[in-house]
Ligand binder design. Structure first.
Ligand code: GLU
Length: 481
């Protein structure tokens, strides 16, 4: 058997982080099994689906490195298939026309609420007589199609993540709508989610349905549809929800929901994919946390997906991102940083200054956690105005610092082309001359150059700054003030 899995996003918004994680799990499983990963865009909800969201979702999956083998298929182009299935269920007497008006359904729900009953359709049109049907038709009522759910049925499956699962038919909200009311003269309207999914999963020979646990109730309903349509029931695996650090479902309120939010915050795709796989999956060696998609694919099995909700941990994501940034060669990393520098308004020529930018990248890379950190980390090397933070200011106000700067400026005049060795030599000379500690000179120099006490390697930065022809008034100003 060839494993065939799918990701089935609805293009009603940008690529959601939960969908991205589900896509990662499906991709890993397909690759581990030597199977196929299929993309199906579930765009039957015309009022909410947009092409730009489809675009965003497909580009996002590609950006993460989740290459697919088949698709993208679009449900909107497969409507005939769903209509045939609805007709088949009607013909077999497994579905029927329900003529209830929205008002009647609302009254029914109100009454259920008043009786403290769970809301659901009470199957009142399941057994209409031909006369009743005729009356509703002549009244001009447009029916939805409902699929019969036997309330006494026990639906069970062996979930690959959650183990034995059982649902009672009576807990599924009554006979399920599978097609909307028709707009015009068609026998029935737009087929609905559960029906379309099952028709597609049968047609696409999906062997494993891996999706979020918010679909568990749908799975119970879908199993009944597989049976009714004569399809082979796939395996199901429900992955845990992504929770915020407080343990509630990650939502808009947490400020990040779409993959773009993470991208804009300066995370690289390798790190996001890596972090996504750890959201709910534990590697056989639980101490290992850094994996490329290919490395994880070698190890990924569904029995190591956890049942418990996966808490989002920003520190871990940051740490993983930094690991990838630190490993990246400056020649590659530089292209990821350039847009951040440009957005910050730093002046440079991406082509003409490339060598210099690469060197700068090499210097700041070890201090980057997110790409966006490059703006602050390289501030001193672009432009000339610096602002002092509290500690930087305190440092330059220390006794003896002005004299140290004056000595550095005198010494540097002898080095039109300062090498790292020259820079160290200057610091050594000044240390000796002023009879202070080397650390004090270094700290003061850093404060004078950057306004802060922390930052990338001082010697390397200083050398690079020198090469770009820095404005020595940086130290001069501090001397004069
Ligand atoms: N379109 C559904 C969603 O975006 C996918 C359901 C499924 O994977 O079966 O949640």
């Amino acid at each position: 058997m060839t494993v065939r899995v799918r990701i089935a996003p609805s293009p009603t918004g940008n690529l959601h982080i939960g969908t991205a994680r589900t896509a990662v799990f499906n991709w890993l499983y397909a690759r581990h099994q030597g199977g196929k990963f299929i993309i199906r865009v579930e765009d039957t909800d015309i009022s909410r689906s947009r092409d730009e969201y489809t675009d965003n979702i497909l580009k996002g999956l590609e950006w993460l490195g989740l290459n697919w083998d088949e698709g993208p298929f679009f449900q909107s182009q497969r409507l005939d298939l769903y209509r045939q299935a609805v007709q088949k269920l009607l013909d077999k007497g497994l579905a029927y026309r329900c003529y209830c008006t929205p008002e009647e359904l609302e009254q029914m729900r109100e009454a259920q609420k008043a009786r403290n009953e769970a809301p659901g359709y009470d199957n009142r049109h399941r057994n209409l007589t031909p006369e009743q049907r005729e009356t509703y038709e002549t009244e001009g009522r447009k029916p939805v199609i409902r699929f019969i759910i036997d309330g006494d049925r026990q639906i069970t499956w062996n979930d690959k993540v959650r183990g034995k699962m059982a649902w009672k038919g009576s807990d599924l909200g009554g006979d399920m709508a599978i097609a909307r009311t028709p707009e015009g003269d068609e026998p029935f309207g737009q087929p609905l989610y559960n029906l379309a999914v099952v028709v597609d999963d049968i047609d696409m020979k999906i062997t494993h349905v891996i999706r979020g646990e918010d679909h568990i109730a749908n799975t119970a309903k879908q199993i009944l549809l597989y049976e009714a349509l004569g399809g082979e029931i796939p395996e199901f695996a429900h992955s845990p929800l992504i929770l915020n650090p407080e343990g509630r479902k990650l939502s808009k309120r947490d400020g990040v929901t779409s993959l773009d939010d993470f991208k804009n915050m300066g995370f690289v795709p390798e790190a996001i994919a890596n972090y996504m796989m750890l959201l709910g999956w534990t590697a056989p060696d639980s101490t290992q946390e850094i994996f490329t998609l290919e490395e994880a694919a070698k190890l990924f099995t569904l029995d190591r997906v956890n049942k418990a909700g996966a808490k989002f941990d920003w520190d871990k994501l940051d740490w993983i991102n930094s690991q990838y940034l630190h490993k990246m060669s400056p020649e590659i990393l530089v292209d990821l940083l350039i847009p951040y520098w440009q957005n910050a308004g730093y002046e440079f020529n991406p082509e003409g200054d490339r060598e210099w930018l690469i060197e700068l990248t090499g210097i700041i890379a070890p201090s980057l956690t997110r790409l966006s950190d490059a703006v602050a980390e390289s501030r001193l090397l672009f432009g000339d105005s610096i602002t002092f933070d509290e500690k930087g200011q305190a440092q330059i106000e220390q006794e003896g610092v002005k004299e140290i700067f004056a000595a550095i400026l005198t010494a540097i005049a002898n080095y039109p082309e300062m090498t790292p060795e020259d820079a160290k030599e200057i610091i050594k000379q000044v240390t000796k001359e002023k009879k202070v500690k080397k650390g004090f000179v270094m700290k003061s120099l850093r404060a004078g150059l950057t306004g802060e006490l922390q930052g990338p390697d001082l010697i390397q930065s200083w050398v690079l700054l020198h090469r770009r022809g820095w404005d020595k008034t940086r130290l001069q100003l501090t001397v004069d003030s």
